[in-house]
Ligand binder design. Structure first.
Ligand code: SF4
Ligand code: SF4
Length: 167
């Protein structure tokens, strides 16, 4: 199973644009209206320096997707995914038994996983957990594990502590 693209609700923050960023174009699965590429692989249409060389005819998956940075004013400009090294996206799963996965945030490192431990990334984790959203990490195209406000994996013995943080 690949990564579900979930459109971030809401309008773009005024004046906020993708600019030189094209992290989502590498990080995410593009499969609608037809399969184009797997998650975690650079798209053949990505331009050097950002942007899409196929923009006018880009797949619906691409035109619908917005990362959280684009629509959430509380995320500072320096947390743009290509700058801070982590892209945040929403994920929804109404059918899962797992309360951490029903409506969550997924942190996707754009290159090195070291970026997951930067101060900028940790500030984002604190903000999301504070708002009642569990934070996961996506590695190699898949949502893999939960992390706490410091980017540390939440193991089974700490799950109860974090369940209390979900609304
Ligand atoms: S990751 Fe966000 S800011 Fe970067 S190109 Fe995609 S939507 Fe734009
Ligand atoms: S088609 Fe364009 S918008 Fe879609 S993933 Fe490729 S480069 Fe990005």
């Amino acid at each position: 199973m690949g990564v579900t693209l979930v459109r971030t609700l809401g309008e773009k923050v005024k004046g906020r644009e993708c600019g030189a960023c094209s992290v989502c174009c590498s990080a995410l699965l593009v499969e609608f209206p037809k399969y184009e590429k797997p998650a975690g692989e650079r798209c053949k249409h990505q331009l050097e320096g950002g942007g899409c060389g196929f923009y006018k005819k880009r797949p619906e998956d691409c035109s619908y997707f917005q990362c959280i940075w684009l629509t959430l004013e509380q995320m500072p400009n320096y947390t743009r995914p290509d700058i801070c090294g982590v892209m945040f996206r929403y994920d929804l799963d109404d059918e899962t038994w797992n309360p951490f996965a029903k409506s969550c945030v997924v942190a996707v490192p754009s290159a090195s996983q070291d970026a997951l431990f930067s101060d900028a990334a940790k500030a984002c984790y604190r903000m999301f957990w504070g708002g009642g959203k569990a934070v996961w990490v996506q590695i190699e195209g898949r949502r893999r594990f939960l992390i706490d406000e410091n980017g540390t994996e939440i193991l089974a013995d700490r799950i109860a502590e974090y369940e209390g943080k979900l609304r």
